[in-house]
Ligand binder design. Structure first.
Ligand code: MG
Length: 401
């Protein structure tokens, strides 16, 4: 069997570098044909290109391109906003590891090209849901999630041949670094506190999302888009009432599917993103490299508890936006990106992240979306409103948060 041709969008980020680890461990199975990144870490991108020798390197940030072109003679260096979406034409699988809404163009281009999308960029599916569902019907297009929970559900769903026998999806959440704490105890947490995730190694944006449980909220919408009602032939008739979240601090059970006979299938592994990345790359086959195995003699116990919606209101906000549908999830995502960036910059407190999102969603205009332009317009408008909401929460100049 010939090697699967892989392109990695967002190669210098956490998902991208771990995807390169998987490819390096399985040289006979995969061929890396292209990598792409913003170019804001030019030395990392150049080093990756020299080590892994893809034929194509995409750089979305034009100001970073000159140094990269100079450093890589003989390589097809593509520059500009269309560079990363163009990679789908040359690959069998595109890993979308771009951070945030910026990944939408890669998601749409890959599915429209009829390729397999290994999707780590959940924001593009959440914000762009109505449009992604259209291009997902392109012949040859496949969407395999690179999110540990959805990768788990994807595996569990293979336990039935009858889509109507799926009753519930149960997403597990580690609970993040602030599990078990009250709102009062979290009033003065720092950026460093929020970035200290107990079980997963991830980029800063998703790690903050994990601390607020917004990551799980986004994943509820992601699960609905991937496996729910609107996906037509890809769907399992699941609505938001059939998607549960349970806190599981050990991050060993990555999610579960309950069937109509109340039998539940779970997927377990050590928490390492290279497993869901490898699953999405190799599907319907599997990679042969185990990146860490469960030691049952040491595992001890697996705990489960209900999420604390009072301390972590972002989870409820996500359910609310998901149920509204249309562009509400795009608004939720945009407001969250603005709020998290402001928190990481020290401009608002951790507890204000949910307040900015809630205040922005209050202003949602109830619009739907027919094409990518509608999604981008919704995203732009929500960012504008969220940015103006920030002012209400920013401390006076010089005051501590
Ligand atoms: Mg996840």
């Amino acid at each position: 069997m010939s090697a699967i041709r892989v392109a990695i969008a967002g190669s210098t980020g956490s998902i991208g570098t771990q995807a390169l680890d998987v490819l390096a461990a399985e040289p006979g199975s995969f061929e890396l044909v292209a990598i792409g990144a913003t170019g804001r870490q030019p030395e990392v991108l150049i080093e990756q290109a020299r080590t892994y020798r893809p034929a194509i390197v995409a750089v979305s940030d034009e100001s970073a391109a000159a140094a990269i072109i100079d450093a890589l003679p003989g390589v097809d260096v593509r520059v500009g906003p269309e560079a990363m979406p163009s990679l789908a034409a040359d690959a069998d699988v595109v890993v979308n590891g771009v951070v945030g809404f910026a990944g939408l163009s890669v998601t749409l281009a890959t599915l429209a090209a009829g390729r397999r999308l290994a999707l780590a960029n959940k924001e593009s599916l959440i914000a762009g849901g109505p449009v992604v569902q259209q291009v997902r019907r392109t012949p040859g297009a496949e969407l395999v999630p690179v999110d540990s929970e959805h990768g788990a559900i994807h595996q569990c769903l293979r336990a039935t041949d009858n889509r109507e026998r799926v009753a519930r999806l149960v997403l597990t959440a580690s609970g993040g670094p602030f599990r078990g704490r009250s709102s009062a105890e979290l009033a003065n947490v720092t950026v460093a506190d929020a970035l200290a995730h107990p079980t997963w190694s991830m980029g800063p944006k998703i790690t903050v999302d994990s601390s607020t449980l917004m990551n799980k909220g986004l994943e509820v919408i992601e699960a609905y888009e991937l496996f729910g009602t609107p996906a037509g032939e890809a769907g399992y008739g699941i609505g938001f009432d059939e998607i549960d979240v349970v806190v599981h601090p050990q991050s060993i059970v990555h999610s579960m599917v309950e069937f109509t006979d109340a039998s539940t299938i779970a997927q377990l592994s050590v928490p390492d993103m290279r497993l869901p990345i490898g699953y999405a790359l190799a599907w319907p086959d599997r990679i042969t490299t185990p990146f860490g195995r469960i030691d049952w003699s040491q595992l001890g116990r697996l705990d489960f508890e209900a999420p604390d919606h009072t301390t972590f209101p972002c989870l409820g906000l996500a359910y609310e936006a998901g149920r509204i549908g249309g562009t509400a999830p795009a608004w939720l995502n945009a407001a969250n990106e603005i709020a998290v960036a402001a928190f990481l910059d020290g401009r608002i407190a951790w507890g204000d992240i949910s307040r900015v999102i809630s205040a922005t969603l209050e202003l949602h205009d109830g619009a739907g979306a027919n094409d990518a332009a509608d999604i981008i317009a919704a995203d732009t408008e929500a960012r504008r409103l969220a940015t103006s909401c920030l002012i209400a929460f920013a401390p006076p100049v010089g005051a501590p948060l």
